[in-house]
Design a protein around this ligand. Sequence first.
Ligand SMILES: Nc1ncnc2c1ncn2[C@@H]1O[C@H](COP(=O)(O)OP(=O)(O)OP(=O)(O)O)[C@@H](O)[C@H]1O
Length: 339
Amino acid sequence: MPNIDDVMDKPSVASSMFTAWMECNVVNGDAQKLTYVEFPTKFVWKRGDWIWKPREVGKCSGRIHLVSPNLGEAYFLRILLNKVKGLKSFEEIRTVNGEEYSSFRDACYALGLLDDDKEYIDAIKEEICLNRRLFGKTHENIWQMEFFITNDRDSSLQFDLCPPDLSLNEDQLKSLTLFEIEQVLLRNNSSLKSYKNMPFPDVDYVSSSNNRLITEELDYEISVMKIEFDRMFLALTNEQHHIFLDIMSAVKENKGGIFFVYGYGRTGKTFLWKTISATIRCDCHIVLNVASSGIASLLLPGCRTTHSRFIIPFELTEDSVCKINPNSDLASLLKKKPH
Ligand SMILES: Nc1ncnc2c1ncn2[C@@H]1O[C@H](COP(=O)(O)OP(=O)(O)OP(=O)(O)O)[C@@H](O)[C@H]1O
């Protein structure tokens, strides 16, 4: 068994990387310009000597271990260490404008670090950038911020659920973000339902986001589509306008119906159909445009041949059916209800 004096004499007992950082701040002016996290960018830890020395080569970034807010003082100490520079003693960490506070928490308040949700939001940002694990503590403001970060297309965050190249609308992104948060919370024996005011993911969106056919049908630039719709709608002739209103009332009231629009060539049938498609897509609803031939399908945006879209067999008999697997993406697309 080791002698207690030998243990106490070990350099690791008297000095840790953290205390050595404070010692370095006492003697080194450059060190005083850095937070603890920034320190390894300019200084390097000499393990055998238990001291920090100015960095001569290489690059390094620092990070303090994540601390749950449930750990109280350790959490507030971590916040301070991410902010304050050149600390020389534990007392100094708790000192703000010459006044020494009894806790790290009070020092955080004195520095105004807890006046809003910024610290929580920064912690979420940090988590997303580094590990993609989300922070357990959450409420509505933070959720909004979290969504904002996730919604940033430049962010490195990508969902496990869907292919990265798919573009999702805002509601789908919100639901996916909530779904990911819910997964993390479930792993920690919690749930979004335990947090007042937190929304819950829309299950329909989550499954839709994983369906390439659905996301493709919703992948229209709404602002561009609106401009296009306004232009066409204002240009409709009286006759086109009447047909437009008839069809759209059937759509809006969910009545369904079959409309047969006929007319001589170049009388504006395609124009009318484009206007109808645009207004429905502007509302983020799905329009499946189909045409009987490949050439005709080129006339409408997002149009496919009827055979290809509904998998209609070429050889038709009395018993022919569309070969759509009920569990397929196509079946989900056809069953997708407007939200
Ligand atoms: N209300 C309108 N205002 C302005 N342009 C229109 C309008 N209606 C149709 N057009 C234009 O007239 C031309 C012919 O229209 P469109 O292609 O829609 O006719 P169509 O009935 O579908 O023709 P076809 O039966 O030959 O395919 C197009 O260039 C279209 O942009």
